[in-house]
Design a protein around this ligand. Structure first.
Ligand code: PLP
Length: 486
């Protein structure tokens, strides 16, 4: 424990620039598609065959040699998500408090499948999820469980919905059943691909997923949803669930959850809210609207590993019907039977997997370290920085914003005078590669309204206004260069 405290003290003293230096300032790694690092393009075959032996060593090796290889071979191929210039996807932070929690949890090798296999892990999961639920304004009728990712949370939500409408599916399956109409799930055309994967995994098939058109600000159109449900019912489909998104992946738009929820209640359909990214913003004063209507949903997912400074991975899943999750998944063979009775919970009952990491520890440490006000202040600062960047875009005659900026992500593109609409996608694609090659910043893209869109996402604790302004300067410079050579 003494060493951990020492590690903590050291971490507090290391300035961001030092972390950048020791972990490499360049971060356009091969692992995310752009095969460039500080050493230039990596020949992946050589990386595998020359640098990494094809067989495990017969005898153990000294730890120094292993660490040296880690630094020499592996680190140059690591994409630095913890870098203040990381603006891609949803930028995140694995904060020191969370890193220390991960070390403790690994050192103790906690496995929380049953209450008795680590009572503290089960109980702390309950406590931290209650804290988070209160912070984002959800009522205590929601019971929570921690999964690894939002993909798994949504999978469990839709499994519970399927359980409600096809109770015998657990024993009888879906195939060859003429007592069961084909089930339909609804989401918008902006929804994350994890919904597709969930319906694939649940055996519903991608044809069961109906994507509802979104409006000019990329929010699901409730009237289009009404029409889709009516026409499906008329055609013999069984509407089972709607997935509304709070903070879509491409543009961070917010679906009208309240209106969608009212419709779901009238129609008797499960409402799942995917608030993986933006749900945490509801704890910031003035942003309570973010989860308007979510209290009436059947389930909701919020990801502390996205925008709550918790090292990957930790997804918080809440539902008012955990009994249905248990009905879908609880299964106790003799060798896992224990004598503890309710209210003791065995986490293995609330999901597919048996073994469970002690993820609650990192969320607990993060929340205790920053405090509710500290978390709120940092989220608010990220949103301020996004507005600062958006103002630069709006003020520039050569750039334009392609979506509203409700949170910490700015969607935009270069649109230099004299470049035709036809050439803008290619220009912006080159611009993305060009700024990423500098090694100073890293952004990603999306497609909005058919247009290639650059996304600058802010979510790192060490990102300052200087980093954001530097990113803007690089974008302006590189866009000018690219336009001149055209
Ligand atoms: N939902 C939304 C809105 C997302 O943006 C993402 C990922 O970015 C996911 C779900 C999937 O997240 P995870 O990686 O936790 O499965």
């Amino acid at each position: 424990m003494f060493q951990l405290r020492r590690f903590w003290q050291l971490w507090q003293f290391i300035p961001a620039t030092q972390i950048q230096k020791s972990f490499g300032a360049r971060h356009t790694g091969w692992s995310i598609g752009s095969p460039t690092t500080s050493r230039g393009p990596i020949d992946i075959r050589c990386f595998r065959e020359c640098a990494l032996p094809s067989e495990a060593p017969a005898e153990g090796e000294p730890f120094d040699a292993i660490v040296e290889d880690f630094e020499r071979i592996l680190l140059p191929g690591i994409t630095h998500w913890n870098h203040p210039g990381f603006f891609a996807y949803f930028a995140i932070t694995g904060s020191a408090a969370g890193v220390l929690a991960e070390m403790l949890s690994a050192a103790l090798n906690v496995q929380a499948m049953l209450w008795r296999t680590s009572p503290s892990a089960t109980e702390l999961e309950h406590v931290t999820l209650s804290w988070l639920r209160t912070l984002i304004g959800l009522p205590d009728t929601f019971e929570g469980v921690i999964y690894d990712t939002a993909s798994m949370s949504t999978l469990h939500a839709l499994a519970a919905a399927r359980e409600r409408y096809a109770p015998a599916v657990r024993t009888r399956g879906l195939a060859g059943r003429d007592d069961l109409p084909r089930m339909r799930i609804y989401c918008s055309d902006q929804t994350h691909s994890s919904i597709d994967k969930a319906v694939i995994t649940l055996g519903l098939g991608q044809e069961s997923l109906r994507k509802i058109e979104s409006d000019e600000e990329f929010r699901m159109k409730p009237d289009a949803l009404v029409r889709a449900i009516a026409s499906d019912r008329a055609a013999g489909w069984l509407p089972v669930a709607v997935v509304a998104t709070v903070g879509t992946t491409s543009s961070t738009s917010v679906d009208p959850v309240k209106a969608i929820g009212a419709l779901c209640r009238t129609e008797g359909i499960w409402l799942h809210v995917d608030a993986a990214y933006a749900g945490v913003a509801a704890m910031v004063p003035g942003y309570e609207w973010v989860l308007d209507g979510a209290a009436d949903a059947d389930s909701i997912v919020v990801n502390p590993h996205k925008w709550l400074f918790t090292p990957f991975d930790l997804s918080a899943f809440y539902t008012r019907h955990m009994n249905l999750v248990r009905a879908a998944f609880a299964l106790t063979p003799e060798y896992l039977r224990t004598v503890e009775a309710a209210p003791v919970k065995n986490l293995m009952d609330t999901g597919i997997q048996l073994g469970r990491r002690f993820r609650a520890l990192k969320l607990w440490m993060v929340m205790r370290h920053f405090g509710a006000n500290g978390l709120r202040a940092r989220l608010a600062e990220h949103m301020r920085l996004a507005r600062v960047f958006a103002e630069q875009v709006d003020a520039s005659p050569d750039f334009e914003r392609l979506a509203p900026t409700p949170f910490s992500v700015v969607c935009f593109r270069a649109r230099p005078r004299g470049v035709s609409e036809r050439d803008l996608d290619a220009l912006n694609e080159r611009l993305l590669e060009s700024v990423n090659q500098t090694g100073e910043m890293f952004i990603s893209h999306a497609r909005l309204g058919g247009r290639y869109t650059l996304r600058l996402a802010i979510g790192n604790l060490r990102t300052t206004e200087a980093h954001v302004m530097r990113a803007w300067q690089l974008l302006e410079d590189r866009a000018a260069q690219l336009t001149n050579v055209q």
